[in-house]
Design a protein around this ligand. Structure first.
Ligand SMILES: O=c1[nH]c(=O)c2ncn([C@@H]3O[C@H](COP(=O)(O)OP(=O)(O)OP(=O)(O)O)[C@@H](O)[C@H]3O)c2[nH]1
Ligand SMILES: [Mg+2]
Length: 216
């Protein structure tokens, strides 16, 4: 059976996805492919779907991609999928400064992959703590942990992270060429303001190169 191909240019993501999927009762093996894919402007879901579709076209086969958003409650969900560029320009301190003057520092990290699997972890934006090895890990403190992602051992982060939650859904999803539309998106819309979140969208190309989005 062929392995699932995960397309990403981000070594940290790849490491976490491999660690999460290779663990547990039903390990999933993945191959990785680093491709430079232009990301469109749009909502996290739109960015994620377009990224996966493009990756599948470039590979000429099935693959998964992930798009991550870090959303601030005070900014009505922004920066969302644009967090990468905010982080590059502003750094951790700048991200904290963006929320000066706002009462709410709440945020959610959201990860999307085509099939769309969503994992959400709520937390708070805090001054940076922990090693600055991966993006905004030092400024995101998941609720109830007292630690930022960056202060956690990778095993701890990988048990509570937005990415873990989305990949757990992927792990237990049977592959098949059926399109299922479920209430996941509705739940997402309804809960959009509640916290930080990450989506994974997994895009699969099925028989006859027909591209199907499967929302689970
Ligand atoms: O501290 C972090 N903890 C995480 O758990 C995490 N997951 C993603 N990110 C960062 O958020 C932006 C999303 O951009 P993104 O989803 O387009 O990723 P990317 O462009 O780096 O890779 P890819 O698109 O090739 O997969 C990028 O700056 C990523 O580095 C994280 N930062
Ligand atoms: Mg990207």
């Amino acid at each position: 059976m062929s392995k699932l191909v995960f397309v990403t240019g981000n070594a940290n993501k790849l490491k976490e996805v491999q660690a999460i999927l290779s663990a547990g009762n039903q390990p999933v093996e993945i191959d990785s492919k680093s491709l430079d894919i232009d990301e469109i402007q749009g909502s996290t879901q739109e960015v994620s779907r377009a990224k996966c579709k493009r990756a599948a076209e470039l590979l000429d086969g099935p693959c998964i991609t992930e798009d991550t958003a870090l959303c601030f409650e005070a900014l009505d969900g922004l920066p969302g999928p644009y967090i990468k560029y905010f982080l590059e320009k502003l750094g951790h301190d700048g991200i904290n400064k963006m929320l000066v003057g706002f009462e709410s520092k709440k945020a959610w990290a959201l990860s999307s992959e085509p099939i769309l699997f969503e994992g959400r972890t709520d937390g708070t934006i805090v001054p940076a703590r922990g090693a600055a090895k991966f993006g905004w890990d030092p400024v995101f403190e998941p609720n109830g942990t007292g630690l930022t992602y960056a202060e956690m051992a990778s095993e701890q982060k990988n048990l509570i992270s937005h990415r873990f939650k989305a990949l757990e859904k992927l792990r237990f999803t049977p592959c098949g060429n059926t399109v299922a539309v479920s209430k996941a998106e509705v739940e997402y819309d309804n809960s959009f303001r509640e916290g930080a979140r990450a989506w994974f969208t997994v895009f699969r190309l099925f028989m006859a190169k027909v591209a199907l989005y499967v929302f689970l």
